[in-house]
Design a protein around this ligand. Structure first.
Ligand code: PEP
Length: 253
């Protein structure tokens, strides 16, 4: 997908992680129906498990909800048991993909170089990536959070993103699924540093690339977070599982 020249709408992305059986399709259906009734200012995307992706894409087809995968492999096909290729995501009806989520960097020891390879694969298949970065608690406590995240940006975003639609998500690891939200000052400082790096790397395009915040975004804190400088949307885990909560966050964008 190529880049539009205008400033993108905010993106509110729901990452279902390893949650959601068939019944969860009703939640996606409810989100789609609500957006049909009252269109949102934000773009909205849901990232279900790979097994639900196809059915979810069929469920929301023709509506405002975009669908994506939580990961893709860096290769187009081959002997990679249990993995899903970017082309398979497209084939199943997805248009986006999350890459480099901290849970994958931790659980599967994914490196920035591998994340960059996944971005390349996603672009080759025509997917719009959300590239996740974020520091662990010890880096934050050591005063090294910004340096750590900027390094992740440098090494996880390949030059081939130039001219392509993509998003960055800043997700401090200590804020994911913990109920501890980064302070607005922390968010603004980090988003400014990411913006500077994006501009250094991608020029004019880097000025408008959406930078999402993720980490315990809930209906009661979404408005303040989404109004902060350089916050171009939210990557939402737990609160995206229930249509009511997710819609309240979408409404705040
Ligand atoms: C996430 O899944 O990326 C996330 C930020 O989760 P949560 O909103 O539950 O912290």
């Amino acid at each position: 997908m190529t880049l539009s020249s205008t400033t993108p709408r905010p993106l509110v992305a729901g990452n279902w992680k390893m949650n959601g059986l068939s019944a969860a399709l009703d939640e996606a259906r409810a989100v789609a129906a609500a957006l049909d009734q009252k269109p949102a200012a934000a773009r909205v995307a849901i990232f279900p498990s790979a097994l639900l992706l196809h059915r979810l894409a069929e469920t929301v087809e023709g509506g405002a909800v975009l669908v994506g995968a939580q990961d893709c492999h860096g290769k187009a096909s081959g002997a990679h048991t249990g993995d899903v290729s970017a082309e398979m995501v497209v084939d199943a009806g997805g248009t986006m993909v999350i890459v480099g989520h901290s849970e994958r960097r931790t659980d599967h020891a994914e490196t920035c170089a591998q994340v960059a390879g996944k971005v390349e694969a996603a672009l080759a298949a025509g997917l719009e990536p959300i590239v996740c970065v974020g520091e662990p608690l010890e880096k934050r406590e050591a005063g090294q959070a910004v340096t750590y995240v900027v390094e992740q940006i440098r090494n996880s975003l390949p030059a081939s993103l130039t001219g392509q639609a993509f998003n960055v998500a800043y997700e401090p690891i200590w804020a994911i699924g913990t109920g501890h939200v980064a302070s607005i000052d922390n968010i603004v400082e980090m988003h400014a540093a990411i913006r500077a790096e994006l501009v250094a790397k991608f020029g004019e395009q880097g000025k408008v690339t959406p930078i999402l915040y993720g980490g315990s975004v809930k209906p009661d804190n979404a408005r303040e977070i989404l109004a902060a400088a350089e916050v171009g949307g939210a990557l939402v885990g737990g609160a995206s599982l229930k249509a009511k909560d997710f819609l309240a966050i979408i409404e705040a964008a």
